[in-house]
Design a protein around this ligand. Structure first.
Ligand code: AKB
Length: 321
């Protein structure tokens, strides 16, 4: 098996994906890169700093390490992108072109690129949003993800680049801090609850959003990448779903274990982003094509995070169940 290049490796998804990939494929197969310096969590894999906007540097790493696959995770998320339009366009779309052109020219085996529920806009059905429906995003991030999906589909059909993609919901994990996502309240809340502090939610209490525990997101990613090419019928990006919940519902699940935890609500500019996204997603096409199945419910995710988060960040109280 040729080596695998991960860009944006220091991010929330990259950290957890690399941990699972090291177990499955061997840490010697992983080349982790990020524009930032390596965190402790990536100590077991080869790490190089890489600005994915530097096309020559990207191609140099690919040829030096004889890379076979790229997981291109580097991007600005929704809340940050809304405040940095030109960087979001450059990073989220410009770097994807560097990766797709390298995959075509250097004949890479496979590419993964993350899309998002952000491709849906207010005119898409809000409940059980189907794979194929109106795609009119109203956010900078959503526009970059919709554009990226179309370029992935083009490079597959025009040049045979085997690029695969998932429309991730909000991802929740405990191994790294979130970075600029509208759904990141669902990670921040645990850091407060385990410090015996109350949490002020930047989304309204009844704001339902599609979410997924990181364990399931990593499983979905590797299940898709390991699926036989002939089983895949979607080359823009697959809808995937797990659970949908509101800030009030995740708070109630936390309070079952930490009864003194309190939440208040003070919606900010991120509420407008969340309001444009679906409440829930229909992922029946992924379940048909490559047998996608999620594992964690909301309550099971809450227990797993309360149990494990204090081992990864200082100052959080261990909880015995
Ligand atoms: C975000 O909130 O920006 C991301 C996403 C839903 O794609 N987590």
């Amino acid at each position: 098996m040729k080596k695998i290049l991960i860009t944006g490796a220091c991010g929330q998804l990259g950290t957890e994906l690399i941990s699972e990939m090291s177990e499955r494929y061997g840490s010697e197969k992983i080349i982790a890169t990020d524009v930032r310096e390596a965190p402790k969590a990536l100590a077991d894999v080869h790490f190089e700093q890489l600005d994915v906007l530097d096309e020559d540097a990207l191609r140099s790493i690919i040829t030096r390490h004889e890379i076979g696959q790229i997981y291109h995770l580097a991007a600005l998320l929704s809340a940050t992108a809304e405040k940095n339009i030109s960087l979001a366009r450059k990073l989220n779309i410009g770097s994807l072109h560097h990766v797709l052109n390298a995959a075509r020219d250097l004949e890479l085996e496979r590419v993964f690129w993350p899309s998002s529920i952000a491709v849906f806009g207010p005119d898409a059905p809000s409940k059980n949003t189907p794979q194929n429906t109106a795609l009119n995003p109203t956010t900078v991030y959503g526009i970059t993800k919709l554009t990226g999906e179309q370029w992935c589909n083009y490079y597959y059909n025009q040049f045979g680049v085997d690029v695969r993609s998932l429309r991730y919901p909000g991802l929740i994990g405990y191994k790294s801090l979130p970075g600029g996502g509208t759904t990141d309240y669902a990670v921040d809340i645990f850091h407060k609850a385990l410090k015996d502090e109350s949490y002020e939610s930047f989304l309204a209490e009844n704001c339902s959003l599609p979410m997924m525990y990181m364990h399931d997101a990593v499983k979905a990613t590797l299940d898709l990448m390991e699926a036989p090419a002939e089983s895949l019928n979607i080359r823009t990006s697959y809808n995937v779903a797990a659970v949908s919940f509101t800030p009030a519902e995740i708070a109630a699940s936390i309070q079952y274990h930490l009864p003194d935890f309190e939440i208040t609500y003070n919606p900010d500019y991120r509420q407008k982003i969340a309001d444009s996204w679906p409440d829930s997603i229909d992922d029946s096409v992924a379940r048909r094509d490559w047998k996608w199945r999620h594992i964690f419910s909301l309550d099971e995710m809450v227990i797993d995070i309360i149990r494990n988060l204090p081992d990864h960040f200082d100052g959080l109280k261990k909880h015995s169940f």
